[in-house]
Design a protein around this ligand. Structure first.
Ligand SMILES: Cc1cc2nc3c(=O)[nH]c(=O)nc-3n(C[C@H](O)[C@H](O)[C@H](O)COP(=O)(O)OP(=O)(O)OC[C@H]3O[C@@H](n4cnc5c(N)ncnc54)[C@H](O)[C@@H]3O)c2cc1C
Length: 359
């Protein structure tokens, strides 16, 4: 049986970018992905400008601009009573875009294939055995072997669960997402709207469709759905995608021959729209560590460097994300802040910090 240098479980942004960088470093790379692409995903579909440098290194920046998308020029933070604060987003090549995940994720996975990664879609990892190498068993009773294993399988990571590393599920909130017809004159803006029961994110994803996300507690989510039905004239039989938890404790990202990237490693409050950036950047960092290990460099040093660099991605941003989490857990308080005088410069500086490319 072929032994791959690296097997990546999950072909979302984290897994695909890791696979693309591993393959271009000459590693025998395998991706196991449960779904068949293209597929949608519960997400606000917004690409934070920080993604551009990584997408450029993947050779994808121009191709992402070529996908059907909306260029987003501002964010409206909206209080419960409708009062809003608008903040402009970066322009030019550093713009924030929204693009459907069916298109974006498919492009990334295809790029990994182009660069030489072996991709198996419709293949769910179900069991792991670790002796000298990793043995990965799938739902279709196939077995794959690899020297290094990457958990890139999202917030409910099977890899983390099988290794007893997944934090116990907390009583958490739930998100609903749908693409609905774009309301007239919506403009090129993201709306982050606080509601008594939680919050809603809205962004156009092309000329005809609006991405609509609702986040609430299990006890309030059906009221949020009813609000959305009234607000956007959505039929009662609208199909919604759903996901939980919205956040959870992180998983240590560097273990002996096992690395976690993207949401599998750390899930942040989606309000600030950064998850895809963390996913593709952590995929890039993991690939660099794996290349060093496979090429015989000091394994412990490579793992330590990966751990440090992974933590660095979040430096200076996590506290803003925590602030956002505190705000969304208390929509009344957040609404009070939006109505406060002289609050615009604060929203402006926090948004600029989140939406400024780093690496
Ligand atoms: C409501 C909401 C709104 C959001 N909005 C934004 C936003 O606007 N911008 C942004 O940047 N981020 C946003 N995020 C966060 C973003 O969606 C995630 O951070 C991002 O998808 C993480 O990418 P990933 O590759 O780590 O995981 P995922 O995208 O979850 O990919 C994991 C992949 O693993 C596969 N998989 C799972 N289990 C297995 C298995 N056992 N075997 C094989 N394959 C498996 C899945 O099919 C999936 O394709 C939002 C999140 C939520 C919940």
């Amino acid at each position: 049986m072929e032994i791959f240098d690296v097997a990546i479980v999950g072909g979302g942004p984290a897994g695909s970018s890791c696979a693309a960088f591993c393959a271009s470093a000459g590693l025998e790379t395998l991706v196991l992905e449960r779904a068949r692409f293209p597929r949608e995903k519960v997400c606000g579909d917004c690409l934070n400008p920080s993604c551009w440098p990584v997408l450029a290194r993947l050779g994808l920046a121009q191709r992402v601009w070529g996908l059907p998308h909306s260029k987003l020029t501002s964010i409206d933070f909206m209080a419960i009573n409708g009062r809003k604060v608008s903040v402009n987003l970066p322009t030019g090549n550093d713009s924030e875009l929204s693009v459907k995940r069916s298109l974006f994720d498919d492009l990334l996975l295809k790029r990994a294939c182009e660069l030489g990664a072996h991709v198996r879609e419709g293949t769910t990892a179900t069991a792991l055995v670790h002796d000298q190498d990793w043995k990965i068993e799938t739902a279709s009773r196939e077995t794959f072997r690899a020297r290094i294993l990457i958990g890139a399988d999202g917030r409910n990571s099977t890899v983390a669960r099988l290794r007893n590393l997944l934090p116990r599920p907390a009583r958490e909130r739930v998100a609903l997402q749908a693409h609905i017809p774009l309301p007239l004159n919506f403009d090129e803006r993201v709306v982050l709207q606080f509601l008594r029961e939680g919050y809603s994110g809205q962004a156009p994803v092309n000329e005809n469709e609006l991405n609509l996300c609702l986040v609430g507690k299990p006890s309030t989510i059906s009221r949020l759905r009813q609000w959305a039905q009234r607000q956007f004239e959505i039929p009662a039989n609208q199909r919604w995608r759903t996901i939980t938890p919205l956040t959870r404790s992180p998983v240590l990202c560097a273990h002996e021959n096992l690395l976690f990237i993207g949401d599998a490693a750390r899930v942040v409050e989606p309000f600030t729209g950064e998850g895809i950036y963390y996913a593709i950047r952590s995929g890039e960092l993991a690939a660099s560590a794996i290349a060093k290990i496979i090429k015989g460099k000091d394994r412990q040093l490579a793992l330590r460097e990966f751990g440090r660099a992974s933590a660095e991605i979040y430096r200076g941003r996590l506290w803003i994300n925590r602030l956002a989490r505190a705000a969304v857990l208390s929509p009344r308080l957040a609404s009070f802040l939006i109505q406060a005088t002289r609050v615009e410069p604060i929203f402006h500086s926090l948004t600029t910090k989140i939406a400024t490319p780093k690496f």
